[in-house]
Design a protein around this ligand. Structure first.
Ligand SMILES: CC(C)(COP(=O)(O)OP(=O)(O)OC[C@H]1O[C@@H](n2cnc3c(N)ncnc32)[C@H](O)[C@@H]1OP(=O)(O)O)[C@@H](O)C(=O)NCCC(=O)NCCS
Length: 174
């Protein structure tokens, strides 16, 4: 079996080059039509500001950030949010699963998901929760990998160009 064309690691702090590389990845996903909290067009300034905010949370231990890099640079990422109410110390939210258009459909999304689940276990978490566009690429990824579908909320969010979309909530016991 051939080795993966990418490597995965957890970052415990981010430098400026990594913040800009993650901003490029986010912009690529939003331009590709992904509903990941941002509207189109996503400016570089807003994308960089978002990752600076994430970087603060990573340094503070409020988030775990995993990244994937290939020969061309940053090609995937996912986060776990640990900064939750004090009665939920056993769980995390899984957010911002992003794979660059150039590396999709090669198993990187599944690899990031497995790595995030392992990281959550290592951090003592026993329950993960996430939401995804109903019927979208992310929803198929989570269902294929054993996440339990809780239900749909129609019209929960907007796609980057403004059309309403439903959201499906999932959980996974670790
Ligand atoms: C959702 C997302 C993360 C999936 O990433 P990915 O790396 O393409 O995921 P995978 O490669 O593991 O799986 C994607 C598809 O490729 C298929 N696949 C995986 N490895 C493959 C291979 N070696 N050869 C052929 N197909 C393969 C999978 O079966 C899956 O098929 P399906 O979509 O028809 O069900 C990616 O599409 C993305 O970043 N989208 C934009 C952002 C987004 O929407 N994120 C989700 C937020 S909830």
């Amino acid at each position: 079996m051939s080795a993966s064309p990418w490597s995965l690691r957890r970052l415990h702090s981010l430098d400026d080059a990594q913040i800009h590389a993650l901003a490029d990845l986010l912009i690529d996903c939003v331009e590709g039509g992904a509903s990941v909290s941002f509207m189109h067009p996503l400016t570089r300034e807003r994308a960089v500001n978002f990752w600076r905010h994430v970087a603060q949370g990573v340094t503070a231990g409020e988030r775990a950030l995993l990244v994937a890099e290939d020969a061309q640079g940053m090609c995937g990422t996912v986060q776990l949010i640990f900064d939750l109410p004090e009665n939920q110390p056993h769980r995390a939210d899984l957010v911002k699963m992003l794979v660059h258009g150039r590396t999709r459909r090669q198993g990187l999304g599944a690899a990031l998901l497995r790595a995030a689940e392992s990281t959550a276990r290592e951090c003592g978490k026993t329950l993960l929760v996430l939401d995804a566009v109903t019927g979208g690429d992310g929803a198929r990824l989570y269902e294929r990998n054993g996440w339990v579908r809780v239900g749909d909320i129609p019209g929960y969010a907007l796609m980057p160009k403004g059309e309403p979309c439903g959201t499906t909530f999932y959980y996974r016991k670790l």
